[in-house]
Ligand binder design. Structure first.
Ligand SMILES: N=c1c2ncn([C@@H]3O[C@H](COP(=O)(O)OP(=O)(O)OP(=O)(O)O)[C@@H](O)[C@H]3O)c2ncn1[C@@H]1O[C@H](COP(=O)(O)O)[C@@H](O)[C@H]1O
Length: 117
């Protein structure tokens, strides 16, 4: 992916996170006019249930091999994950930082280095 696409990706997610911040109950989010505020008003169970549903819908779309649905369901899943981040006081930048930390580290190597719990 080009640097320009990376910048646009983080800008879109950052703008969306800013909007979702305004939908929190503590910031006056109105469930009557906002889908995000409506979910936040239900507490974590509202958006956590949606994350499970959207993940399942993405699996089904992928199994069907329909790219337009895979894109739409991934967007729904990312959106609901952003609701969770926002609710817990986190930002997409926190996730970018974690992915950056993992850059170049094979998942196989990382798993082999894990301490037994
Ligand atoms: N990106 C999104 C976005 N993606 C998905 N959705 C909503 O997420 C829901 C997805 O649920 P489903 O597909 O299961 O549809 P549904 O069956 O109608 O949903 P449920 O009634 O079962 O919850 C739909 O209501 C979508 O409209 C989104 N709603 C809002 N946004 C962004 O969030 C911003 C704030 O939205 P509001 O809080 O509604 O103002 C908007 O300006 C957009 O930028």
């Amino acid at each position: 992916m080009s640097t320009e696409s990376n910048i646009e990706l983080s800008a879109v997610l950052g703008r969306l996170a800013d909007v979702l911040q305004t939908r929190l109950p503590a910031n006056g989010g109105d469930p009557a006019t906002s889908y995000a505020a409506k979910l936040f008003a239900k507490g974590p169970d509202g958006f956590l249930k949606k994350i499970g549903e959207e993940a399942t819908e993405l699996v089904m779309a992928s199994k069907d091999g329909q790219n337009d649905r895979i894109i739409a369901e991934t967007a729904d899943l990312w959106f609901h994950c952003l609701l969770a981040l926002t609710y817990y006081g986190l930002r997409p930048e926190d996730v970018f930082a974690e992915l950056a930390r993992r850059e170049g580290l094979s998942g196989l190597v990382e798993k082999a280095n894990r301490k037994p719990s």
